[in-house]
Write a protein that binds this ligand. Structure first.
Ligand SMILES: [Zn+2]
Length: 240
């Protein structure tokens, strides 16, 4: 377990921008508790969140909302980053209302928020923990997504951005070759089938959806499935 220690600048930043959150200590673990108030929108074209947009911003996906949170500054089996819990019961309520299990709302079995894929977590961790970035790039996007889903019945960040799909998406982003072929839900489904296979064969239907066999179509993809990256992708997928 890793304990995260807040720096003086983390603390100054927090009391300035989130004055309603307070520090507490729980059995030696630093904790941040209280209402998390945010005002943000997601810019799909750039895949970034804009926080505190100007008052003249009138885009329809701007969301101002708040959630009662508890942030424990310690890692767990689920995440190497601090543990974030929504403690006001709102996400549970949302699950009931939409009649879906909590994991589909990206809540881990221990009740913590599943903020991002393991690869993103690792990358974030490697850069060094900064509270401000954790809030703006991980926590607020998570709650923004929840509010968005509550309102529009769909997730703002594209169709594959969560759960196992999120993990695969993370990997696809790191393997430029895959991006050539995995562009829509259909090709994604075909990829999932290939991932489940012990060994991909050249007589199988091509990933591109042409209904031709690999051998008559995109042999480059077939060759790729035999490469190290594809095996890693499979292993990673199987772990979930
Ligand atoms: Zn093809």
């Amino acid at each position: 377990m890793v304990h995260f220690k807040l720096t003086e600048s983390d603390k100054t930043w927090l009391v300035t921008y989130f004055p309603n959150l307070r520090f507490a200590e729980n059995k030696g673990t630093e904790t941040i508790v209280g209402p998390l108030e945010f005002d943000a929108y997601y810019d799909k074209t750039q895949d970034i969140f804009i926080h505190f947009p100007n008052d003249d911003y009138t885009g329809k996906y701007r969301i101002q909302d708040n959630y009662d949170v508890q942030i424990e500054l310690v890692s767990s089996d689920f995440s190497i980053l601090p543990q974030v819990k929504e403690i006001g019961g709102r996400i549970k309520q949302l699950g009931k209302q939409k009649k879906i299990p909590l994991y589909e709302l990206h809540i881990n079995d221990d009740g913590t928020a599943c903020l991002s894929g393991k690869y993103d977590q690792q990358e974030f961790y490697n850069k060094g923990f900064i509270l401000k970035d954790f809030f703006y790039k991980m926590i607020i996007p998570f709650f923004y997504d929840q509010s968005f889903y509550e309102k529009y019945n769909e997730w703002p960040r594209d169709w594959w951005s969560h759960g196992v799909q999120g993990e695969i998406r993370n990997l696809i982003q790191r393997v430029p070759f895959l991006q050539k072929y995995i562009k829509d839900p259909q090709s994604y489904q075909r990829l999932m089938k290939l991932l489940e296979a012990k060994k991909v064969r050249k007589e199988w239907p091509c990933i591109c959806g042409s209904n031709k066999r690999f051998v008559d179509c995109h042999m480059d993809f077939f060759v790729f499935t035999r490469s190290v990256n594809f095996r890693k992708l499979k292993q990673f997928y199987k772990k979930r």
